[in-house]
Design a binder for this molecule. Structure first.
Ligand code: MOS
Length: 759
């Protein structure tokens, strides 16, 4: 169940489309199966590839015997490091749009094994089943070397990564002497938290179908969060011109960051297609979805010292995360704590430790979903130490100036999130004493946490074509990973031109379209939405000029500012009776079509003077079985301030889905590595647990009114990620309230609750 608020119009919305909770414009295609995903495209001569992956975590391949596989009729080729062609990337350094610092993994480069499940061969056959069977016949001998996959064993060797152009900001310098203040503070907490590695596990597994065209060019259907990123990757690696490679990904069955970087199945499929000169598909199996990036495991310490009245005297947050041997994957984990709360002294520290694993990868709210959990659990612990309401403690330390930078927030309606969330949740009825609220056999716990995420924006381009029939086509090479991009972009375009939504079509997911950044970071509405608004503004200006210069001057002395675009018509504000359909204006002006392109840039100067972010307050109710210690999340209220909400329904679904994921983080998700083998053992959905319907109670989403004129011309901040931040902390805090025991290691499974002395 989800409650969608009505959203007030604050900025001008002449067409009335912005803020409407309209259904997904691509919904019908999806539910009828008409939307085709990467592995659903085909060709008459399509060959199928299956990947063989490494059984060891570190060492070398000493021998690879493909003869048994090749002997099967219908097996076309087996590609390994021994027979792969020389490729452009072997001679130069290159990056994809989401590459961390370092040297990207190159499949089939040589005999070196750097991580378990590393792809070591690709078997290509006439059918998928044959390729899969033949893959088992490829015999690989290894010389294993000692590996290390346990962060707990090496965290003392961690190093501080430096700033990089990927946007990573090292923690700010310490303010004051936070460690001394901790010793001197009247009330303190000092806690260690641990989060496991988590895998994205989107419904759609990663796949690439490479269609080999007659002229030798490639049309690639790839699972990716930005078609241009895959195109650039393929062109760089295979030394192909952009004109020879088109990448399409109009539908993506979830990604959550797993599709920000091209994954190895794309390399494998293109390799096979270019070598065999025929179309090839490579799709990963569900277990193989554990063969690449993941949310990294983390170990954190949060130490807080407070004055008696709750004001923070010291805030110390230290985190160490895993990365691979070949890239420095970095997240912003601890900076959020210094940004969210004003303390007299602050020390933030972030480090990386190298393990023999594949490079971790952005996963929904990377960094914040880790660091904010720790600070928000620690704030709850401090509230109990102070005997203070946890919301009151947070409000006491609220700040409208970012303490990390000294800059004001462009907007930060966090207090309204607490107020409206508490009201909806019924927080005032909470008895703060742990174990004090019972219902039948259940111990009931209520917990709260705050969330924060960035409001980023990148450069983006869009094209618009308005036809004489009144249809508007708008396009940009962005993605819709299930977030609602098709729908909200259509709304923005319809709004600017005052058109009915049905007359607007938005195209995306094609590298041939105008450039857009990868869909991630919650920046797509901000980046691409601004480009869509800009290009439609240009179309509107053309129409206005045409209308004002029509023969007979139907709009009299009106100027462009006096014209209103509404219901498919241009209307004079001065005299509303002066009104003409857009199509008639075009016809009379002799315009068969109006085509425009536009590029939007962030308001760099304004942005540099502010900190821009989204904020949230999450309330969770848990029921803990008093005998068994099992936990159910019966209610979540998530109150979010994210500027203007273009579509409360699709945005609400983002928050709803993210809250579900937060339940998974809190109670279920965990990649279990057998460190003797250096290998994740629960690499399927039977053993890697994610929430299903019975695990999820009521989720109630509130969008708090927030006006922001710094963020972009739309005033919209983006909601893809804020919804997961802090949810696990709210649930952990609720478990403490229910049981009186504190578990600091995610997930909060029953064994840990019992070991801590609960329920
Ligand atoms: Mo998101 S982790 O930026 O796809």
């Amino acid at each position: 169940m989800i409650a969608f608020p009505s959203f007030p119009d604050r900025l001008e919305t002449p067409g009335g489309q912005i803020g409407r909770p309209v259904n997904r414009v691509d919904g019908r295609l999806k539910v009828t199966g008409a939307a085709r995903y990467a592995a659903e495209h085909t060709a008459p001569d399509l060959a199928h590839g299956y990947i063989v992956s490494s059984a060891i975590a570190k060492g070398r391949i000493t021998r690879i015997d493909t003869s048994a596989a090749l002997a099967l009729p219908g097996v076309l080729a087996v590609f390994t490091h021994e027979n792969r062609p020389d490729l452009a990337w072997f001679d130069r350094k290159w990056k994809d749009e989401d590459s961390p610092k370092g040297s990207p993994f190159r499949p089939l480069y040589d005999a070196t094994i750097s991580h378990s499940f590393q792809p070591v061969a690709l078997v290509v056959a006439e059918s998928f089943e044959l390729a899969r069977y033949a893959a088992r016949l490829v015999k690989v001998d290894y010389a294993a070397e000692p590996h290390q996959t346990d962060l707990a064993a090496v965290h003392r060797d961690a190093f501080a990564p430096s700033k990089d152009k990927g946007g990573f900001q090292p923690p700010p310098r310490p303010r004051g002497d936070a460690d001394r203040a901790l010793v001197e503070a009247e009330v303190t907490v000092d806690c260690h938290y641990s989060q496991p590695a988590e895998y994205h596990n989107p419904m759609e597994m990663h796949a690439s179908t490479v269609l080999y065209n007659d002229d030798g060019t490639l049309t690639i259907h790839d699972k990716i969060q930005g078609a241009s990123n895959s195109q650039t990757y393929v062109c760089n690696v295979f030394n192909l011109p952009k004109s020879a490679v088109r990448v399409c990904s109009p539908f993506v069955g979830g990604a959550f960051g797993s599709g920000l970087r091209p994954q190895h199945q794309l390399f494998m499929a293109v390799l096979a297609a270019t070598q065999l000169k025929r179309s090839v598909r490579v799709e990963l199996s569900r277990p193989q979805m554990f063969s690449f990036g993941h949310r990294p495991r983390s170990l954190q310490r949060v130490a807080l010292g407070a004055h008696r009245d709750g004001r923070l005297r010291t805030l110390i947050h230290e985190a160490v995360q895993e990365t691979s041997q070949f890239e420095n994957y970095v997240e912003i984990v601890v900076n959020w704590s210094g940004q969210q709360y004003k303390a007299d002294t602050t020390r933030l520290d972030y480090r990386l430790a190298r393990l023999d694993v594949y490079t971790p990868l952005d996963q929904r709210a990377p960094g914040a979903a880790t660091g904010v959990n720790a600070i928000e659990m620690a704030m709850d612990e401090l509230a109990y130490a102070l005997e203070m309401d946890p919301i009151a403690l947070r409000l006491k330390n609220h700040t409208d100036i970012d303490p990390n930078t000294g800059r004001p927030f462009s907007s930060k309606e966090l207090r309204a999130c607490f107020a409206q969330g508490a009201e909806r949740f019924g927080w005032s009825r909470r008895n703060p004493v742990p174990r004090s609220m019972r219902q039948g056999r259940d111990l009931v716990g209520w917990g709260v946490a705050a969330g924060v995420w960035d409001a980023m924006q990148g450069q983006a381009e869009a094209r618009a074509v308005l036809g004489l029939d009144g249809s508007l086509m708008v396009a940009s090479a962005t993605a819709d990973i299930g977030t609602g991009t098709y729908t909200v972009m259509s709304q923005i375009a319809a709004d600017v031109l005052g058109l009915p939504l049905e007359q607007v079509r938005f195209r995306l997911g094609d590298s041939a379209l105008p450039t857009a950044p990868i869909e991630g970071g919650s920046w797509t509405v901000s980046s691409v939405g601004s480009a869509v608004k800009a290009v439609c503004d240009k179309v509107r200006d053309r129409l206005a000029r045409a209308a004002l210069t029509l023969e007979g001057r139907p709009f009299g002395t009106a100027t462009a500012d006096d014209l209103l675009f509404t219901d498919g018509c241009i209307q004079s504000r001065i005299d509303p009776a002066q009104r003409l359909p857009l199509t008639e204006v075009m016809r009379e002006a002799g315009l068969f079509a109006i085509e425009e392109t536009a590029r939007s840039l962030p308001y760099l100067l304004q942005r540099a003077r502010h900190t821009l972010g989204t904020h949230s307050a999450i309330f969770a109710e848990v029921r803990v079985d008093a005998d068994l210690g099992t936990v159910r999340v019966s209610r979540i209220v998530s109150a979010v301030a994210a500027g203007r909400i273009i579509n409360p329904k699709t945005a609400g679904s983002q928050i709803l889905g993210a809250a579900v994921w937060g339940i998974g983080m809190a109670l279920e998700e965990e990649a279990l590595t057998d460190h003797r083998l250096g290998r994740v053992m629960n690499h399927d959905l039977a053993e890697y647990h994610v929430p299903v319907n019975p695990d999820v109670g009521t989720i109630d989403v509130i969008f708090v009114d927030e006006e922001d004129r710094v963020v972009n011309p739309l005033g919209a901040k983006g909601v893809g990620e804020i919804g997961i931040v802090g949810v696990a902390a709210a649930i952990g805090n609720a478990i403490f309230h229910a049981t009186g025991v504190r578990v600091r290691e995610l997930p909060f499974t029953v064994d840990k609750i019992l070991a801590a002395g609960g329920p």
